[in-house]
Design a protein around this ligand. Structure first.
Ligand code: FES
Length: 64
């Protein structure tokens, strides 16, 4: 699923950034990829993907 149409960035790429680079918010994500700097429509959704990935990760850690 594309989150950022302007740069063709998918939710998978954002998830990956959270998991491998420890990205926790939009400011950190923007340092890794050019997202949200064109029309800005994707910022809210991208933040949601970050949040959901962090929640998933902490659930996973609880189990392990
Ligand atoms: S959709 Fe991401 S900047 Fe336009």
């Amino acid at each position: 699923m594309f989150v950022c149409m302007c740069y063709g960035i998918t939710d998978k790429q954002i998830k990956n950034a959270v998991e491998t680079h420890g990205v926790g918010n939009m400011r950190e994500l923007k340092q890794i990829m050019a997202l949200g700097s064109q029309c800005g429509k994707c910022i809210e959704l991208a933040q949601e993907v970050i949040d959901n990935t962090i929640i998933d990760e902490s659930l996973f850690k609880d189990v392990g």
